[in-house]
Write a protein that binds this ligand. Structure first.
Ligand code: F6P
Length: 323
């Protein structure tokens, strides 16, 4: 293997740059020629492929976003699009790929590998932490800390005005961000897709709080929760609860995707980037590098996207005792 290209795809995540840096510096260390594909699969299709040297990845370990840019490519979902991508890789002499992204990225990578057999190793980059085969994904820790900072601030104003706040956090179909930011922010209630809680459950928690003279409460709602978005949940609670309440709703949105990665994310991203690169050199293909119980492992793309990553429900049990 001589020429390896790295790309980022799907929703960006803080730490992607640290991962790119590790892939590139790792590749150069082993004597490879390194390339970057701009805007994920769209860039592959267009042949937007640039050489990367050590200097190209200087001063990025601390930066959020991705210097390679990102996209969700519709064209790569078609056989014609993937053939164009393959032709561009061949034209540039690329014989190995490192894909940094989440579910959609690895779905595309698996199909592409099965069609054209270009060895590809993934690094899990998504704030959602929803990939089987790694305890944590790149960007998750930063996103949780960003959400937590916002929750702490909202708690100040909630307390001053005796209000109930419904705060929506990202995560797509996963409740990881909600669970960790909710527990660390001392939320009264945390709604996640993995553990059903009804409106009545939330009402009884809030009422128990009033009985204990709590004047403000925080309810964290994962965006994928079955009861709906935070605004809908708030409306349902208002219609159900039989005591006067002053309710506000905040959707934290894309601030959760930005910002300088935490130390944890920088180290995780570096380990996963170098681990993906070394795996590729050692013959790994069609797999994602992950860290489970502090050990580097490789999991087939197929499993990372089809197997459900379980949530530790004991943490939720703890939250319900401590609230
Ligand atoms: O997968 C990361 C994520 O931020 C999800 O949490 C969210 O549902 C989605 O991406 C938002 O995507 P977009 O930036 O395309 O609106």
């Amino acid at each position: 293997m001589k020429r390896v290209a790295v790309f980022t795809s799907g929703g960006d995540a803080p730490g992607m740059n640290a991962c790119i840096r590790a892939v590139v510096r790792g590749g150069l260390h082993y004597g490879l020629e390194m390339f970057g594909i701009i805007r994920g699969y769209n860039g592959m299709i267009k042949g937007d492929i640039i050489p990367l040297n050590s200097q190209s990845v200087s001063n990025i370990v601390q930066r959020g976003g991705t210097i390679l840019k990102s996209a969700r490519s519709k064209e790569f979902m078609t056989p014609e699009g993937r053939k164009k991508g393959y032709d561009q890789l061949k034209a540039h002499g690329i014989d190995g790929l490192i894909a940094i992204g989440g579910n959609g990225t690895f779905t595309g990578a698996e199909i592409f590998f099965n069609e054209f057999q270009i060895p590809t190793v993934g690094a899990p980059g998504t704030i959602d932490n929803d990939l089987y085969g790694t305890d944590y994904t790149i960007g998750f820790d930063t996103a949780v800390n960003t959400a937590l900072d916002a929750i702490d601030k909202i708690r100040d104003t909630a307390d001053s005005h005796d209000r109930i706040f419904f705060i929506e956090v990202m995560g797509r179909d996963s409740g990881y961000i909600a669970m960790q930011s909710g527990i660390s922010g001392g939320a009264e209630s945390i709604l996640i897709p993995e553990e059903r809680q009804t409106v009545e459950d939330v009402v009884s928690v809030l009422k128990a709080g009033f009985d204990r003279k709590k004047s403000s409460s925080i309810v964290i709602v994962a965006e994928g929760d079955e009861e709906g978005h935070a605004a809908e949940v708030a409306e349902k609670i208002k219609a159900t609860i039989d005591v006067p309440v002053d309710i506000r709703v905040t959707n934290l949105g894309h601030i959760q995707r930005g910002g300088s990665p935490t130390a944890y994310d920088r180290i995780l991203s570096s380990r996963l980037g170098l681990g993906a690169l070394e795996g590729l050199l050692n013959g790994q293909k069609n797999v994602m590098a992950g860290i489970v119980n502090d050990e580097l492992i490789y999991t087939p793309f197929h499993d990372t996207i089809t197997k459900k990553k379980l949530i530790n429900s004991d943490l939720l049990r703890m939250a319900s005792i401590l609230r």
